[in-house]
Design a protein around this ligand. Sequence first.
Ligand SMILES: [Zn+2]
Length: 170
Amino acid sequence: MSPLGHLAIGFAAKPITPMAPLWALLLASEVPDLLFLGLEAAGIEYQAITQTDLNQGLQIINPGSNPWSHGLFMTAVWSILIAGIAFFFFRNRRTSIVLGLMLLSHWVLDFLVHPPELPLLFDGSPLVGLGLWSSGFGLIISVILEIVLLAVGIAIYLRTRKRKSEKATV
Ligand SMILES: [Zn+2]
């Protein structure tokens, strides 16, 4: 999924984790993509060569490699790691679990939209992805879905902020 959809989850999670700063929630939701950028620059992972058009959606021409940033196994490892780091800083179980889940949510959203290019383990393991992007119609739906998700996420976030400031002025 594009960054918009991931950020939406970060915004929406803020009300249930008042202790976690918004930037930490947003950052956690984007960790796999940031990892990918770093690993790609280091020559460890590489992007699939794809072709996108409105008839066929996104088609993979030459597969890439992304087990460290987008493999299910490593995503779970990073999620647990982030949860551990968060617990160290916040000493709050809910905050650390939600931050870990933010990272995991990245994989789930990517799983919905990507064609099968997300490894379960490492290179050579089965690749998964439900492939909403793999048709022109799906591509349009995913863009609409992301905008709606972001709007709803920000609305949830702003509503609790407003409630908080109302409480503060009473
Ligand atoms: Zn991603």
